[in-house]
Design a protein around this ligand. Structure first.
Ligand code: PEP
Ligand code: MG
Length: 759
């Protein structure tokens, strides 16, 4: 052994050639066109270490360091890599590699460009995953270069990250080796990616993205690709979206990647013909059938020939198909609004216009109301769907129904007028539509086998927002990394009287106990993951309806009024009650808590709140303490607030947007101006993140924008530490974050290659 051609290896060879090479071999065996290449097996590297005497030296160095000490780790890695790179390969190995390279060049009669990729190998180490830890070199040409890059791949078995990973996993360094794949590079006219089945639902819809030139342009986000969808059941192309692809990447004479501006005609031209799409899908189906699971495939076309460059299983498909993907047959549309909570609900309409009508709602009914209130929660739980006249994606009905998992359509304007008690309707919470009658699901082909959903681990934490303690278990099951916002208003609104009435009636202990019980459900369900509890943000208009709420002042604009931390500092007894409830939990050992202050505008507010917390004997060194940044004031003087001592900030973009743009978030007359990605809002966000990072203060977002993929992508790039999404968006946001993080890493890796590109 030593050098093996890719068509000589298969999945049984993983221990000696690594997963990457074995996978390519498997594809060739089932007739997939894969660029030609060979692999220098893992044993060759082991032999090299033995015969050169490097093995003992390496082990000695590794045994002498503490991998938690970054400096030591980096120095050890550098030393080992230098040793490997400066030790000549055995002559016969070098010759074998050169010969194989020459063979690759035979057909074209000139030195070809190759990719030299590491493929780590481990015998009998279940659970080992070395993907992405070792190096890859693209556009390598000439036999000496190839040999040098093989040695560099070898040495990359000892990057600090790889050493650290093995120690952490308890793998012996001696048990891990490295194979190196040398493969012809495709100088593609067109390239892209393909999901052989839908990446979330597992439906038999192949999704293809395509650009002109090299595929790096897609992965790096440089170009928006064309998007095609092919229905594998109906056997036809169902979506063709042509993007404007202003540039393409291609390889220059010297092997460097070159960015080329495209003229308008080419930029707007469709990349793939119908027959190319069909051919790609056929190849994708062969691969999916072979592995038995949907695949994420990279492809390239050179001189009209399709090559499959890489294929791996899709790990994002949900195991269970949620109702939200159900397609309905055509029906008569009665109403349209905003799809606020996904899923389909069918049932009898029950119109609830006042509190005493709540009891009308029976299991499976469709609850129709102007706007839900906290005392409707039990009825909401029973309902098969919820429809409201008013509200947007952050209204009570939207938040609560998402947490309860009940489909909802909000903001229909006239549901309570158009729908009548007893009518049977179908509510589509995805599309925001209410249909007359019970609409059947569209008949679909048998669902494809779907792969189990591997948990997605992201460096940027993906947390979840919660407001109904009873939903805590369900919300924790999303796998979120904690709670980035626990809005306690909904819980408090659900109590039998206004918080200040408890206090006035001398029943503060009872109130504290209510808070404690509700909070405990959440911190317990998530323990030991952190739960950031936000102190009460009670606008006067929302709290007036409660028993004892008659004393709420009448305000012309409650959004700018007596709410948030300013209110709690005036009604200090109330703030103290909240702190006491939290203290009870901390005393019981629930230290997975953060206290978060809403609507902060000055350092004095933070100072005073901290003082009260300390007076109540709540140890701030045991838990976290932070603020919401939801006013331009907080964003603009964040340095001064940081000086008061905070551990974190969370961007409340719902309010930050309304205060920055002077657009009342509850006023539909100006709703068209409400834009969380307005440049002014984005500037405030960017500034805040930057300054917090400088001072070691953690950053997060818990406004609705944290559930929007396009915003999250930007925030991850800005370096936000965590994102807190609505429960229904956690999985999607995890996927987005994982993809962006990968893109960032790839961009970095490719930076070197792209930096010499002429404009
Ligand atoms: C916000 O303002 O973005 C926020 C999360 O708080 P709320 O929506 O409760 O005002
Ligand atoms: Mg807010």
């Amino acid at each position: 052994m030593g050098v093996l051609w890719l068509d000589e290896v298969d999945k049984d060879d993983v221990p000696i050639v690594g997963g990457k090479a074995a996978n390519l071999g498997e594809l060739i065996r089932v007739g997939i066109p894969v660029p030609e290449g060979f692999v220098v097996d893992g044993k060759t590297f082991m032999d090299f270490l033995e015969s050169s005497g490097l093995k003992e030296k390496i082990i000695e160095i590794l045994n002498s360091i503490n991998v938690e000490d970054t400096k030591q780790l980096e120095e050890a890695s550098k030393k080992i890599r230098e040793m490997i790179e400066s030790t000549p390969m055995p002559k016969e190995v070098e010759e074998e590699i050169k010969q194989a390279y020459r063979k690759l060049c035979e057909e074209s009669g000139e030195e070809v460009f190759v990719a030299v990729r590491s493929s780590a190998t481990a015998e009998d180490l279940p659970g080992a995953s070395f993907a992405g830890q070792q190096e890859t070199y693209l556009n390598v040409r000439g036999e000496d270069e190839v040999v040098e890059k093989v040695r560099k791949c070898w040495s990359s078995l000892y990057t600090p990250r790889a050493i650290y990973y093995r120690v952490q996993k308890g793998f012996r360094h001696e048990d891990v080796s490295i194979a190196v794949v040398v493969q012809k590079m495709v100088n593609s006219e067109k390239s892209g990616v393909m999901f052989t089945s839908h990446p979330v639902t597992g439906d038999k819809i192949a999704i293809i993205e395509a650009v002109w030139g090299l595929g790096e342009a897609i992965v790096s986000g440089m170009v928006t690709p064309d998007h095609y969808e092919y229905d594998r059941v109906q056997r036809k192309i169902v979506v063709v979206k042509i993007a404007e692809k202003k540039v393409m990447l291609t390889r220059g004479e010297d092997g460097k990647t070159v960015k080329v501006e495209l003229d308008e005609e080419k930029a707007k031209a469709r990349v793939l013909s119908d027959s190319e799409i069909e051919e790609l899908v056929k190849l994708g189906e062969i691969i999916e059938d072979h592995y038995g699971t949907p695949q994420d495939v990279e492809w390239a076309i050179e001189k009209g020939k399709i090559y499959i460059v890489q294929s791996r299983p899709i790990t994002t498909i949900r195991e269970e198909k949620r109702e939200e993907e159900v397609e309905l047959e055509e029906g008569k549309i009665l109403l349209k609004g905003l799809g606020a909570s996904p899923g389909i609900g069918i049932g009898k309409v029950k119109i609830v216009l006042s509190q005493d009508e709540i009891s009308k709602v029976e299991e499976g009914d469709v609850l129709v109301t102007t706007m839900t209130t906290p005392d409707m929660v039990p009825a909401m739980r029973k309902a098969s769907a919820i429809v409201t006249d008013e509200g947007g994606l952050t209204c009570h009905a939207a938040i609560v129904s998402r947490e309860l998992g009940v489909p909802a359509v909000v903001g229909t304007e006239k549901a309570t007028k158009i729908l009548k008690d007893g009518m049977v309707v179908t509510v589509d919470g995805d599309k925001g539509v209410v249909y007359a009658g019970a609409i059947k699901e569209k008949k679909k082909e048998e669902k494809p086998a779907v792969v189990a959903q591997a948990p997605i681990v992201t460096a940027t934490e993906v947390k979840v927002n919660i407001s109904i303690p009873d939903a805590a278990e369900r919300v924790a099951a999303t796998g979120a990394d904690g709670v980035g916002l626990f809005r306690i208003e909904h819980m408090v609104l659900g109590l039998k009287k206004h918080p200040m009435k408890y206090i006035r009636d001398g029943e503060v202990e009872e109130y504290i106990n209510e808070l404690y019980k509700g909070m405990k459900k959440v911190v317990k369900a998530f323990y030991p993951k952190p739960v950031w509890i936000r102190t009460l943000d009670a606008p006067t208009d929302e709290f007036r309806a409660m028993e004892g709420g008659e004393d709420e002042p009448i305000e012309a604009n409650p959004m700018l009024g007596f709410r948030g931390i300013r209110r709690d500092l005036k009604e200090e007894e109330h703030f103290r009650a909240e702190i006491r409830a939290i203290k009870k939990l901390v005393d019981e050992g629930y230290t997975n808590i953060g206290i978060m202050l809403p609507l902060v505008t000055s350092p004095e507010e933070v100072r005073r709140a901290k003082q009260i917390i300390m007076e109540e004997g709540l140890p701030l060194d045991k838990i976290e303490f932070g603020i919401m940044v939801e006013t331009p004031a907080a964003a603009l003087i964040i340095e001064d607030i940081i000086k008061e001592g905070i551990d974190f900030i969370s961007l409340g973009t719902n309010d930050l947007t309304q205060y920055t743009l002077a657009v009342d978030r509850n006023n539909e007359n100006v709703a068209y101006l409400y834009n969380e990605t307005h440049p002014a809002v984005m500037k405030l966000i960017e500034r805040t993140i930057k300054i917090c990072k400088k001072h070691g203060v953690k950053t997060s977002i818990c406004g609705q924008a944290g559930s929007y993929p396009h915003v999250v992508e930007k925030l991850v790039r800005m370096g936000i530490d965590s994102v807190s999404a609505n429960p229904d968006a956690v999985q999607r946001i995890k996927e987005v974050v994982a993809r962006v993080e990968k893109k960032i890493m790839l961009d970095k890796l490719r930076e070197k290659e792209l930096e010499n590109i002429p404009d």
